[in-house]
Ligand binder design. Structure first.
Ligand SMILES: C[S@@+](CC[C@H](N)C(=O)[O-])C[C@H]1O[C@@H](n2cnc3c(N)ncnc32)[C@H](O)[C@@H]1O
Length: 242
């Protein structure tokens, strides 16, 4: 994410919107160690306070508690970079939010808009048909727009294109995607979190739910035996404010 943000000058002011515990904030601050330029300030914005303590104590980090469904708490052209990772699907109006990002970026500033596309979730299982059924149920239950969208990754370019209609046109610098493999399935792991969401989406169908519970146990056993793989396609577009 830090690489995509192209921190190519000293003194940049960056914001991570929907920062969560701050894994992207951490990566941005570390950019200097990789031969790039570390940002002077990273605004870490979320509507809940979940930022790791060491980041809260870092003098370069400004924690902001704010709602991304409201106007952003910066003036016009105040920021050099905005990074948004897996936040868009939670918003009531991602189009309005992206127009706000455009407003707070200086001309030439970059937005890294990135999202997992949950419909592409891959789980190793001995029952591929059930896995397909469960993932389909999960994405059908989360069709977007907001509060969750199982297809958000593939929609990012279309989302950016709507900016032109709102007087907030973007130049698309790059559009990339990759799959991020995970082999763990212990509680709290990414694969476990996504599978838990899949399970929740099966709640309305008692027969499917019973099979899904067994499916979860099987994934755990496969992971313990070293035979489990989870992956999801992530998409990132880098947008420049003209
Ligand atoms: C899936 S997490 C992603 C966190 C982080 N970007 C990451 O990738 O690790 C989504 C984040 O968006 C935040 N969020 C959701 N809706 C929000 C809103 N309306 N305003 C501000 N933050 C919001 C959540 O609190 C959560 O931290």
């Amino acid at each position: 994410m830090a690489e995509l943000a192209q921190l190519d000058a000293e003194g940049l002011v960056v914001a991570d919107v929907g920062c969560g515990s701050g894994r992207t904030v951490r990566a941005l601050l570390a950019a200097g160690a990789g031969g790039g330029c570390a940002p002077a300030v990273v605004h870490a914005l979320d509507h809940v306070s979940a930022l790791d303590d060491d980041l809260l104590a870092d003098p370069r980090v400004r924690s902001r508690i704010a709602d991304l469904d409201s106007p952003l708490p910066w003036g016009d052209g105040e920021l050099d970079r905005v990074v948004s990772l897996n936040a868009a699907e939670h918003l009531t109006d991602p189009v309005a939010h992206l127009a706000e990002v455009h407003r707070v970026l200086r001309p030439g500033g970059l937005c890294v808009l990135a999202h997992s596309d949950w419909d592409t979730a891959l789980f190793t299982s001995t029952d591929d048909v059930l896995t397909r059924q469960l993932v389909d149920g999960f994405t059908a239950a989360n069709p977007g727009p907001g509060p969750s969208d199982g297809f958000m990754g593939r929609k990012l370019l279309a989302l950016a294109a709507t900016g032109a209609e709102r007087g907030a046109p973007w130049e698309v610098v790059t559009a990339t995607s990759w799959a991020d493999p995970h082999r763990r399935f212990d509680d709290g792991s990414l694969a476990w979190k996504v599978a838990t969401g899949v399970l929740a989406a099966a709640q309305h169908d008692p027969a499917l739910l019973a099979r899904a519970a067994g499916w979860m146990e099987e994934l755990r056993a496969l992971a313990a035996a070293g035979q489990f793989l989870f992956a999801v396609t992530d998409v990132a577009v880098v947008l420049r404010r003209a």
